[in-house]
Design a protein around this ligand. Structure first.
Ligand code: FES
Ligand code: FES
Length: 161
């Protein structure tokens, strides 16, 4: 089947079988390797992408569901100021990072802060529910998100919240 969708802001077309997983389309047809192939059953978050505005495991999305969708991968998001805020925040708090689920953690942080610019601890915990990171724990992620909020406030308004 032929599938049209928007990938990192560009209209794209791919020919594939209906059941092929999106992660394999991204990696093999578009050379986008930021979404990692891990558990392939929706548990680890290593293959995360933003699918129609929500962080979603690309291993669970079959090709037929991709038609007409809007997808942002970590490669596309890395071109933004928001990405730099998050990466700087992760580095500043020395968040453990082997890279395996980095895309998931970064994209979860962004969609969280889009919805809740000043999230509660519970909202932060909920936002990372789909990422099973062995390199850090939820307390460190909460610390990182709160630090990133300050970085973003200073970039946008020249001050912290
Ligand atoms: S590879 Fe998709 S969630 Fe683990
Ligand atoms: S960054 Fe290492 S498992 Fe998440």
């Amino acid at each position: 089947m032929t599938i049209n969708f928007i990938l990192n802001g560009e209209d794209v077309v791919v020919r594939t079988d209906a059941g092929v997983r999106l992660i394999h389309i991204l990696r093999e047809s578009f050379g986008l390797s930021g979404a990692k192939s891990g558990c392939l059953n929706g548990q680890c978050g290593a293959c995360s992408i933003i699918f129609n505005g929500s962080v979603t495991p690309s291993c669970l999305i079959p090709a037929f569901r991709v038609r007409g969708s809007e997808i942002i991968t970590i490669e596309g998001f890395s071109q933004t100021d928001e990405y730099n805020d998050i990466l700087t925040g992760f580095k500043d708090v020395h968040l453990g990072n082997c890279g395996y689920c980095e895309a998931g953690k970064i994209l979860c942080t962004e969609t969280l802060l889009e919805r809740f610019p000043n999230p509660t601890r519970e909202e932060i915990i909920m936002s990372f529910a789909g990422v099973n990171c062995r390199c850090t724990n939820i307390d460190r992620l909460v610390e990182a998100v709160n630090h990133i909020i300050g970085i973003r406030q200073r970039r946008l308004y020249g001050r912290s919240a």
